[in-house]
Ligand binder design. Structure first.
Ligand SMILES: *Cc1c(COP(=O)(O)O)cnc(C)c1O
Length: 612
């Protein structure tokens, strides 16, 4: 039988679980180094070198070299104690093997060490970055000519970039509203003003013959925020309490950091309720938006999540954006839409191909709707198989990319021509992640025939795993449906209480965690997942008598699972490990290690599934 397209891609574009591509990879690394050395040798060939041949062989020099070699060997040796995340046995966190195009691209750019902070310090790197941004933009459905963006150190910073821009826009519109209210004596509606849209903004700008300085005098981002808010309160004839941010309950921790960092206060982070499948509930979005309006508090941004950190769930972004369209079209309220697709963004590569069927129709529609977001976060260092630290932030158009203390996007911004230094949160930025992403796009490709095929296989693997485990062990309860390649499960007998199931699931986690065979992760879904927890326990007639649901989490992003051999060999091993643990027959960890005593006690509590 010939290997599947995904298995062929995994074989060609990754080092190989047992370093099968070693010879070729060595050759490519060598070629990159050769080229780099030759380039250096060829430049300024008449300049003096650092040493004569005799100096190079001096005992002093040789000793230094020897020392460095020793320390390097130590470093390499120390690093072998890292968790082996390249093997399919690692299903712990959002981390797996890195791809060869990413490694090659990374190495090639790193040797030249460009700093993408400006064109001056990165003549080539910044062009590569722009091209890589266009590739990602195309993948998520943006028009690559209009889209803007840059690479960040990760999804956290990319999310901050979105807040920064949303706040810039909101501040412009609200400043305009305040200026007009103060000039005319009309009552200010802060919600209406803060969502007026650029067309209305321009209209007012010309109607009132405004200057930049006049608007700056009304800006909370430029002036003293306390005094500007007081003026807003006066103009609105009610107390102004500042903007809120609508973020679903399945949010990543970075949103809490953002609220903190931007001085919004965690209190202004309004959590959109989740439905019984753990996804954003659009009716609750509507409710919160109306509540914000009734309180005169603008919505700084709404966030939909594509690939939730805990479960891999994909919010109904299409439905959320339909609602936002209505707020815009019927009521002229332009609310910033951001999609946190740090994890799931690359699943857009499945769209339009035969493998799209591995996504639910809702997930596919949600991923398509990213194209109508103002901004999106996407992490090449997750499902893009690029080394850390590599995130990306994209906006649909240039106007949404604009950010500064005050310059309006319709003014010429000559500094953008020199590079992005003034519009990125980070200063100096490596070109390596961009080059890694660029080479991945050029070779593997971000479409259904490339990365899409690899990722479709990871979703199929997750589904096959779930089927195999449930068949062998009926008391393993998966969180269902899973939208992507992350499987979460608990252990529970029919009718068991949640508190008891949590204890046993945690005990099982500890056993797997201590076995060298597999790496899994754990998570506890809290009260924001109440509807999901109720449904999960209902399925086996359990009682939800605890506030949280403890889950074992398996992330199936490793590309090598595409080779059927891995499933045939490793699934039974995993099942055997769980079966043994549940039957209380695991080899007991040495009780001398104090960390393990708790696990030993718990192992004794494990009997279930009628296995013993
Ligand atoms: C991973 C993740 C982030 C944060 O990304 P980092 O790259 O770790 O900073 C943000 N949001 C979601 C949904 C994520 O999965």
């Amino acid at each position: 039988m010939s290997p599947s397209p995904a298995a062929t891609l995994a074989g060609a574009y990754f080092p190989g679980p047992r370093s099968e591509n070693e010879t070729w990879v060595r050759g490519e690394f060598q070629t990159v180094l050769d080229q780099w050395f030759d380039w250096r040798k060829g430049l300024f060939a008449g300049d003096p070198g650092s040493a004569s041949a005799a100096d190079r062989l001096s005992p002093e020099r040789l000793r230094k070299r020897e020392e460095l070699s020793q320390h390097l060997a130590e470093l390499c040796e120390a690093l072998t104690a890292e968790t082996p995340t390249h093997t399919p046995r690692y299903i712990g966190h959002m981390k797996a093997e890195v791809s060869l195009p990413a490694l090659f691209g990374w190495l090639a750019a790193m040797l030249h060490n460009p700093n993408n902070t400006s064109r001056e310090s990165s003549r080539v790197g910044s062009v590569i970055e722009a091209e890589a941004v266009a590739m990602l933009a195309t993948m998520v459905g943006y028009d690559p000519v209009r889209a803007q963006g840059h690479f960040t150190s990760g999804g956290t910073v990319a999310n901050f970039e979105a807040v920064w821009r949303a706040r810039y826009r909101l501040d412009h519109w609200l400043s305009m509203g305040l200026h007009v209210a103060e000039a005319t004596g009309d009552v200010l509606d802060p919600f209406a003003a803060a969502h007026m849209g650029w067309d209305r903004f321009r209209e007012l700008w010309f109607d009132h013959d405004l200057t930049d300085d006049q608007l700056r005098a009304c800006s909370a981002a430029v002036g003293n925020p306390a005094s500007v808010w007081r003026r807003i309160s006066e103009a609105a004839r009610r107390e102004y309490l500042g903007p809120v941010m609508l973020v679903p309950g399945n949010k990543h921790y970075s949103w809490l950091k953002a609220a903190n960092l931007f001085g919004l206060g965690e209190d202004s982070l309004w959590s959109i309720a989740l439905d019984a499948e753990g996804r954003l509930d659009v009716d609750d979005f509507e409710r919160l938006t109306r509540l914000a309006e009734s309180q005169g508090r603008p919505v700084l941004m709404t966030v939909g999540v594509a690939g939730a950190t805990e479960t891999g769930g994909i919010d109904p972004i299409h439905r959320l954006h339909d609602r936002l369209d209505r707020w815009r079209d019927d009521r002229e309220r332009h609310i910033w839409r951001h999609v946190d697709a740090a994890y799931g963004g690359f699943l857009c590569s499945l769209l339009g191909g035969a493998d799209e069927k591995h996504l639910s129709p809702d997930s596919a529609a949600a991923l398509r709707a990213i194209a109508t977001a103002d901004s999106v976060t996407i992490d090449p260092h997750k499902l893009g198989y690029v080394p850390y630290a590599c995130g990306a932030f994209l906006t649909r158009d240039t106007a949404s990319y604009a950010v500064s203390a005050f310059d309006a996007p319709y003014l010429d911004r000559p500094e953008l021509g020199d590079g992005k230094w003034s519009s990125t949160m980070e200063g100096s930025r490596s070109a390596s992640g961009a080059a890694a992403t660029w080479l991945t796009g050029r070779s593997l490709g971000f479409g259904p025939e490339g990365l899409g095929a690899v990722l479709a296989e990871t979703i199929r693997t997750r589904a096959a795993f779930q089927a195999a485990v449930v068949e062998a062990l009926p008391c393993i309860r998966f969180v269902d449906p899973a939208d992507s390649n992350i499987a979460c499960f608990s252990v529970a007998d029919d009718g068991e209480s949640l508190a008891s199931a949590n204890t046993r699931t945690e005990a099982l986690f500890n056993v797997i965690h201590q076995s060298p065979e597999f790496s899994v992760s754990k998570t506890t879904l809290g009260p924001e997942y109440q509807a999901l927890i109720a449904r999960h326990t209902e399925r086996y007639g359990g009682t939800a008598d605890a506030p949280g649901l403890f889950l074992i989490r398996c992330v199936f992003m490793n590309p090598y699972w595409a080779a059927p051999d891995f499933r045939e060999v490793l699934f039974p091993q995993f099942i055997a490990l769980v079966r043994q643990a549940l039957a209380g027959k695991t080899d007991r960890p040495p009780a001398t290690d104090p960390r393990n005593t708790e696990a030993v006690e718990r192992t004794e509590m494990l009997d279930c599934c009628g296995l013993d």
